[in-house]
Design a protein around this ligand. Structure first.
Ligand SMILES: [Zn+2]
Ligand SMILES: [Zn+2]
Length: 456
């Protein structure tokens, strides 16, 4: 019996669309030029010199004026859709609408739901729900251990047959090295990726923020960066010893980047993700005790932030993931130390990174696009690209557009975004996922007779 399709859901209606004179950028193929792009029956049917393609019965035409950028749709290997059991925070519909609004063409959902996604029947029902409700395709990582308890492995082979992309106990580490070793041995047999949240709970304890001068000044219990980096080093060594495939989640500090670089130099089959908030914010942003700045792992020092940007540039950090973690307003509107960890991120990831890293010249746009799409291949899925004959997985952005994050509300059910209220540059105007138009910005909504005007 062959395993089920790993990505489920998305809109069914294939797009019929002509994009005229857009600036197409696909860092892997080297495409970086003005193009007319015809999408027919959801596929990229024609790529031509600007001004050469005429409407051929398409329902919609969009003028890019040589200015709007067409990119491969982003891929997020780490989101919390909160279904089942926590739909007051998010559900598959709202979470994937947020993804589409952020330019993401597919996402991977985490299993720390209620109940925990740790069995084949639960995986089947989540996939059924995604088939009905998901705006963009969703992949799933069920739990490594039952109930995320760290004591008993899930039925990994059976879950793989049911379409699991891999496994994670995200929200928690796999505390016991022996248990993780067993999981790595099963991973090698049944395939998929083990995605690890790295934290030594005997070091992180009751901490609410990064341990350092600011936590001391505020009198808040801190989490030292070694709570992450010692576990990264341990588990990279185990992955190498078992020749298993491991992905490190939300890497947040310089010591972890160093441990990963050393393990990669030894040829271990490991990869790593980094989140926009860790690339852009530091412990300084926690001073005001805004609970939207409370996440795990915590925002660390400026030196850590710079090391993460360097790691992203060098490829030690392979991809960007949002760790989109919605929480209801009443859950976050409590004193800092009592608030749950997590920030939303799907709707701001591209603009925040463009504003913070690309616009000031820290990294180039091609690198950002490469890292925002690289997660797909890490989970053995096709990489989104702008290529003839492929299903349209595309994002159209206006790099000149400025907006205030959250000003017009959110697609997510929750609003605990660490970038809320910030002025950002770069706006996603349209997203196509698996051949369908899944998001259209209100700037494009002033359509007449199906004709879409490029936004100014
Ligand atoms: Zn985590
Ligand atoms: Zn997470």
């Amino acid at each position: 019996m062959s395993a089920k399709q790993p990505l489920i859901g998305g809109l069914q209606a294939p797009a019929e669309l002509l994009l005229r004179d857009v600036h197409a950028l696909d860092p892997r193929t080297g495409l970086d030029a003005r193009r007319d792009v015809r999408i027919r029956n959801g596929q990229v049917a024609e790529l031509a010199e600007p001004g050469t393609l005429e409407t051929d019965g398409e329902a919609q035409t969009l003028e890019g004026e040589g200015r709007l950028r067409l990119l491969p749709a982003f891929f997020d290997p780490h989101v919390h859709l909160r279904t089942p059991g926590q739909e007051h925070k998010e559900d598959i519909g709202s979470g994937t609408r947020a993804a589409a609004a952020g330019g993401f063409g597919a996402v991977i959902a985490m299993p720390n739901t209620d109940p925990v996604l740790d069995s084949a029947p639960l995986l089947r029902s989540l996939r059924d729900a995604a088939a009905r409700e998901a705006r963009v395709p969703v992949g799933v990582l069920p739990a490594i251990t039952r109930g995320l308890q760290g004591e008993q492995l899930t039925e990994m082979a059976e879950l793989r047959q049911e379409g699991a992309l891999g496994f994670t106990d995200d929200g928690r580490p796999v505390r016991s090295a022996g248990m993780l070793r067993k999981a790595l041995q099963y991973q090698r047999l049944c395939g998929g990726v083990l995605s690890l949240h790295e934290e030594d709970p005997t070091l992180s304890r009751e901490g609410s923020m990064h341990e350092g001068a600011i936590s001391a000044a505020l009198g808040i219990a801190g989490i030292p960066t070694v709570a992450e980096s010692t576990m990264v080093a341990r588990d990279a060594a185990l992955a190498g010893y078992e020749d298993a495939r491991v992905h490190f989640q939300h890497v947040s500090c310089a010591d972890s980047v160093e441990a990963l670089a050393a393990a990669k130099a030894r040829g271990f089959r490991i990869s790593a993700e980094v989140c926009p908030h860790h690339l852009l914010l530091t412990e300084e942003d926690v001073r005001g005790l805004d609970t939207r700045m409370k996440m795990h792992p915590p925002l660390a020092t400026e030196a850590d932030r710079v090391a993460l940007v360097d790691g992203l540039r060098a490829g030690t950090l392979d991809c960007i993931a949002t760790d989109h973690a919605p929480h209801a307003r009443e859950e976050k509107e409590v004193p800092f130390e009592q608030a749950p960890m997590g920030t939303t991120g799907l709707e701001t990831a591209f603009a925040a990174l463009y504003t913070g890293l690309v616009a000031p010249g820290v990294i180039g746009l091609p690198l950002l696009v490469e890292r925002m799409t690289a997660g797909a291949a890490l989970f053995e899925l096709p990489t989104p690209s702008i290529a003839l004959g492929t299903p349209a997985n595309l994002t159209l952005v206006d790099l000149d557009a400025e907006w205030v994050a959250g000003e017009d509300g959110w697609e997510s059910r929750s609003e605990n975004c660490c970038f809320a209220g910030r002025r950002l540059q770069g706006r996603v105007l349209m997203t196509l996922a698996a051949g369908a138009i899944v998001h259209r910005d209100r700037a494009l909504a002033s359509s007449q007779d199906g004709e879409l005007a490029g936004a100014r």
